[in-house]
Ligand binder design. Sequence first.
Ligand code: GLC
Length: 735
Amino acid sequence: MTNFWLIPDNEKRIDDLIDKMTLEEKIGQMTQLSPSIVGGFDLPFPELIEMLTEGRIGQEEFKKIMQNAEMDYREDQIRAGKIGSFLLNNPTKANELQRIAVEESRLGIPLIFGFDVIHGFKTVFPIPLAEACIWDEDIFAQTARISAREARSHNIHWAFSPMLDVSRDARWGRIAESPGEDPFLASVYARAKVRGLQGNAPGADDHVAACLKHYIAYGAAESGQDYNTVSMADSLLYNVYLPPFQSGVAAGAATVMSAFNDYNGVPCTINEFLLRDLLKERLGFAGFVVSDANSIDDCIRHGSTADLEEAALKSCLAGLDMDMNSHAYSTYLKKLVEQGDIPSELLDDAVRRILRIKMGLGLFDHPYVSQEKMSLYDVLPDEHIELARETARRSIVLLKNEDNILPIDQSRRVALIGELADLPEEVVGSWAMGFNVTDCVSIRQGLLNAGLEVFYEKTCGVASPFDPDELQRAADRADVIIAVVGELISMSGEAASRADISLPGQQETMLKAALKTGKPVIAVLMNGRPLAIPWLKDHVPVIVEAWQLGIQMGNAVADVLLGDYNPSGKLSCTFPAQVGQCPRYYNHPSTGRPGAKSKFSSRYLDAPLEPLFPFGFGLSYTTFSYDNLKVEQTADQVLASVEISNTGKYAGEETVQLYIQDITASLVRPVKELKAFTKILLQPGQRTTVSLAVPKAHMGFYNNTMDHRLEDGAFNIYVGTNSRDCLQERIDIAF
Ligand code: GLC
């Protein structure tokens, strides 16, 4: 049991409080609601949503309408102690509601305000899929630290992050929010984010409660279709999808959010095996579980409960502590307890967990935020902006750089084409909601800031046609063409799965025409998922994966293109060669007929076997050589050492990766599993020996009854610059 939030004095105060609480007040603590929209515009809200969904009104128009909407902030319910948490991003209103809860309700229990602070708040950092390409626990924690500081100053006590869904399918829109496909990297990310958000001890008023989501295996939604069903062997859950949550719980995460999907036929929200047995009992989770938005109600459409009352019953019995927005608990729990269907002890446990976090956050002692604190970050501090730029630069992955066209000299005249190059609001990616667009630097602006002579022509939109005249106009005046291509924010994130993961619209047509001008072409990708871009890989000389890097995107891209920063990012996810390969990931079992040239092997008739770019891949402006891998073992570790040289002419950072393969085991094991990595900086010509250690306890796996197996036998140890290009040694281990 992690003791981060278990503070003896608080537990005593909670005992006393629970003894005084009525059944209604307990249910109130288990209820999270949002302000309800009651009008202020001509149409019923559902119809407005339908119009937005069908594209009959755009995002901007919808936002304008919503700004004038009349909201019901449920003051009476708060005063009656019927709400324990609010999903809100409005610091002044939060203080008003908090004052009602603390000063006008019978027991004065403060509200906990939650909000989606996923990859920054006012300072927006790269989308998680991009940040994970940095492979650096410290910077993962730093960005979370800044996010927490800004959110808490805005009266947000609880961030619905980190999202920890291991994602192997590029069709799934929420891969953008994930730390990628690898459980080890995602576990490093998880503990860093929890520590960054929550600090080293509860109580500080510039930290927030973390929320591990979405529990669990949401990233395995069948066919990459959001909200779709999830079925798998329990051993796959334990070995791939659970580790980041284990890591987050061990780091002291305050909360966990149940996922929308079912797990082997039982929705996560009412899944007692997942919530009580595995999370609370086996992992010793001492915080509280919140449902995803309305996911209790979703159980009816899952076909798992006949109605909302049964959904409330099954959720509470399963160990779901707080209901986000479905009204199931506030409507039915009282009746269910009074008629004996739910033991009141279950509510006491849920309330204890919730009060534990509220007290640990200091909300009972400091429930309000001063006006001065609210405006702390109205102007972003230089420290925040610099970290945003540093994180953005380091998230960039250089996928191709033929003839070393990059870095470009500042004297080069640049034709900049592509709609995305000049849309500052598009740099932040999905789930960015606290920022000011005036803080966003587009790629066009970044290149101008760097002093380049830039001739910009939109030339082709993500969804609008290619205009050859605009291309020609820009190309005629330039030495080099920079084409920014990719996806709009709306094409990834929640409810944004794509069955075709190629470049949308006529962007590839634009690139073909750009190549025909005879000028060197640099493709800069702005996207929220791996894209199937085989033609680009074969024909475009330079490809820079720039993701959606947050507010400093433009400056970071300029830093890399001009060589002020030597790119060092390593892919957190595999790039499939085409969508038909999805789901595509490096740590797959070998099968009895590993893919090869022969027909009777695991391969396609009409697609390549290999992905376009493998997990862990990323080039530099310099080159590195790996030699002399040596592997030895002690009683409890495997030790690998390798000599690495910088064989190029730039100083560069390299992420050295160590993978293992358990060659023969009682369950089929992946051909490679990441188990350690480290980053080194080498000057041109410099050579060093890098050592990596793997505890032998980490070389096992869980079977289907969650027994941890360490099986004697032969292992391959791989050390290299990505999951494909490695040196290999074999070692026999007796555990
Ligand atoms: C959404 C998302 C979840 C988010 C929640 C609150 O549907 O699934 O990640 O935290 O609702 O906005």
